[in-house]
Design a protein around this ligand. Sequence first.
Ligand SMILES: Nc1ncnc2c1ncn2[C@@H]1O[C@H](COP(=O)(O)OP(=O)(O)OP(=O)(O)O)[C@@H](O)[C@H]1O
Ligand SMILES: [Mg+2]
Length: 238
Amino acid sequence: MIEITQIYKSYEKAVLKNVSLSVKKGDFVALLGRSGSGKSTLLKMINALVYPDGGEIRVFGKNLSDLSGRELMFLRRKIGYVMQDAGLFPHLKVGENIAFVSKLTRVQHAKQKVRKLSCMLGIEALLDRYPDELSGGQRQRVGIARALFNEPEILLFDEPFSALDSVLKRELQSEIKGLASHKACVFVTHDVSEAMFLANRIVVLEKGEIVFDDSADKIALSEDKFIRGLFRDHSRRD
Ligand SMILES: Nc1ncnc2c1ncn2[C@@H]1O[C@H](COP(=O)(O)OP(=O)(O)OP(=O)(O)O)[C@@H](O)[C@H]1O
Ligand SMILES: [Mg+2]
């Protein structure tokens, strides 16, 4: 579903160097790496918010560089994207934010869907508020609800639970794990136990390059010092 081939991206400095990644239906990829290693940039590229300087990105078989604005709009409806800062529309109430895509796709029963998602995320009492009347964790949950609204086949999460308490975080991790099966998911996190719980594949970016891409049980076999250090203290959850 996502085919990234040898992409390069630089701003003042090189941010991504020769990155290739293929994500198929049923893959749940946890994307880890130090702050500034290029994780969010990579996620933005899959959603065509940022374009590479070199290389190719195909999503649902289509080369993103070839698509018109209209084609991109259609493609993005099949991608749920939770931005690192939630990225809510400040002039829309919570309920309107969640159902934003329904205005584009005329999804039936939008209200019912908003209710169902907001119950799952514990934000049902907040639907008439504006984003600046919410806490950081509440905003994150609205961002997740909005990304799930269209039941997309691809899910991109950029540290979606970073502002949540540990109890809520665990509940939502389980929900997302259930929802994401049979989809293609890329989940950015700094939380190694979260990555181990959710993902069936771990990808580590270091200074713009992929230094690990395999199942979690292969980490122990890695010779790489950085990888071993990253995973040394994790606790696996069942
Ligand atoms: N629009 C931009 N203009 C200039 N530099 C940018 C831009 N976007 C990102 N960068 C730089 O690219 C590098 C990678 O940024 P990115 O946001 O992808 O990191 P990240 O791995 O998501 O980090 P974090 O874990 O802190 O969220 C950083 O050095 C950042 O400063
Ligand atoms: Mg980031």
